[in-house]
Design a protein around this ligand. Structure first.
Ligand SMILES: *Cc1c(COP(=O)(O)O)cnc(C)c1O
Length: 489
């Protein structure tokens, strides 16, 4: 007989534990088989299958008061949820910047759920594992042992955590005590290509978007360092305090890298905190041939990046590292009798992660990161990055060779931006045509690029952070764009 989570134990007490773990084992084994089939067969399915109306309606159902059991819940999930993913696990998904995930990461998620570790503090293996992962990432960035950091939900949070330290260090007042209004006018610098998550950080940190100085970029979409310096000098002359420079390692539009060494030099000259947003680019140096791109990143005061993008750890996980881990801790130290130092292994440990970021209770994200890095090794993970960059080069060449396709930006890394051009159409008509091409591609589900606007023009954008893509998939992308364009014109 199947054990129900709502049943009473012999003692008469309620618990979610079954009297027998047989159902858990059976459903668990079945789920692992289903996952293997699911990932093994992903290439044969459309990228983002449409959800049928009858399935959509099931999401309106209210919460059940009666139990259906693990088996019942599992079966409904497999029927109504599993078949309709966003599509980023698919080999021909190249939209936005989304990672593919991995089998090892799935196991990591499962095991961390079993431990259900609150990884805020304590002397437990989860804390040690996260410290180890942070050390691995620190070494990958090229930071010295004085650096530290924390895993967070993604690069948006990582940017917020890092920029808060920058603000507190640079505001000239005790922001933690007095609030940001005690400071005079503050300014933050970054290129026009700076990711919007940083603007959100400025909103949340009380600086406001007006504090941001959008510095122009060169033809390669890299920040103009002379203009950066001029903007800082002008602000200083006007009595405005510069608190941070945000450099980007891998811009979301075109994959451009700011000249980190040159920007670090400006930051040093003016004594300004340098924060690097390297959501996907920070780890490009895992591929030896790309190491030059991140040169100077180790001079930044803080670096934010994702592990769910180019490291293929399942969502969601990113990291923020701070070059001086004491400065990081000082800015997140907490007060409270229930938190004060206490010398048991349960209560204390090598690091209070809850005093390094926004979350007090926090999950065991390090498990899936550790599993991914251990299972595949940095060398393989680096080759996958190099492979994607080579695939972008291949795609760019195919675009350049095609009479009806036009590339609209350099492709220095893993992002290719292009549009279909039909003779006799104006730029506005081409914008409209290319928009409709992307819509049709998404509906058809064979290939999934995304889009952006460059120099006022709508472009089809392929951002390749996908370990399942093969070279012929990019041939198919070209064929599909041209086929759909033919249908539409
Ligand atoms: C994706 C991205 C972010 C935001 O990261 P999330 O993980 O989505 O929060 C920030 N900056 C850049 C350059 C990005 O590509």
């Amino acid at each position: 007989m199947s054990a129900r989570p709502d049943q009473l134990q012999d003692s008469g007490l309620h618990t979610l534990d079954p009297t027998s773990w047989d159902e858990f084992r059976r459903v668990g084994h079945e789920a692992v088989d289903a996952i293997a089939d699911y990932l093994d067969g992903v290439r044969q399915r459309p990228v983002c299958p449409d959800i049928p109306d009858d399935v959509r309606r099931r999401f309106d159902a209210p919460a059940p008061s009666a139990a259906v059991g693990i088996d019942g819940a599992y079966r409904e999930f497999v029927e109504t949820v599993l078949p309709y993913p966003h599509g980023n696990i698919h080999p021909r998904f190249w939209g936005w910047v989304l990672g593919t995930g991995s089998a090892a990461g799935v196991i990591g998620e499962m095991l961390s759920a079993a431990m259900n570790n609150n990884t805020g503090f304590g002397d437990n293996a989860a804390i040690h594992l996260e410290r180890q992962v942070i050390r691995w990432l620190r070494d990958a960035i090229g930071y010295a042992p004085e650096a530290g950091g924390i895993l967070v939900g993604g690069c948006t949070i990582a940017n917020i955590v890092g920029l808060a330290v920058a603000r507190n260090q640079g505001a000239g007042v005790d922001v933690r005590q007095q609030g940001v209004s005690a400071a005079g006018p503050l300014a933050v610098y970054g290129s026009t290509e700076t990711h919007s998550s940083n603007h959100r950080a400025l909103e949340l940190l009380g600086l406001g978007r007006d504090a941001f100085r959008a510095v122009g970029v060169d033809a390669d979409y890299r920040v103009r360092v002379d203009e950066l310096r001029a903007r800082i000098e002008a602000d200083v002359a006007a009595g405005i305090r510069p608190v941070a420079i945000i450099a980007t390692a891998g811009t979301v539009n075109t994959g451009a890298f700011d000249d980190l060494d040159a920007v670090a030099e400006v930051a040093r000259e003016f004594g300004i905190w340098l924060h690097v947003d390297g959501a996907f680019g920070a780890l490009a140096g895992l591929a030896p041939a790309l190491k030059h791109l991140t040169s100077g990143i180790e001079r930044a005061d803080s670096v934010a990046f994702d592990l769910h993008k180019w490291l293929h750890v399942p969502y969601d996980v990113g990291a923020v590292l701070v070059r001086d881990r004491r400065v990081h801790h000082d800015n997140y130290r907490m007060l409270g009798a229930y938190l004060s130092a206490f010398d048991s292994r349960l209560a204390s440990g090598p690091i209070n992660f809850m005093e390094h970021g926004l979350q007090m209770s926090r999950g065991f994200r390090a498990a899936k990161v550790w599993m991914t890095i251990k299972a595949y090794g940095l060398e393989t993970l680096g080759s996958l990055i190099a492979q994607n960059v080579d695939q972008a080069r291949y795609l760019a060449e195919r675009v350049d060779a095609h009479p009806r396709l036009e590339r609209l930006a350099p492709a220095p890394l893993n992002i290719v931006c292009c549009r279909y051009v039909a003779p006799g159409l104006s730029d506005e008509e081409l914008d409209d045509l290319n928009r409709r091409i992307v819509e049709r591609l998404h509906d058809d589900g064979v290939v999934a690029p995304s889009f952006t606007v460059l120099g006022g023009r709508f472009v089809i954008r392929a951002a390749i952070t996908n370990h399942r893509s093969r070279y012929e998939d990019f041939d198919l992308l070209i064929d599909e764009v041209v086929r759909v364009a033919g249908d539409l014109t």
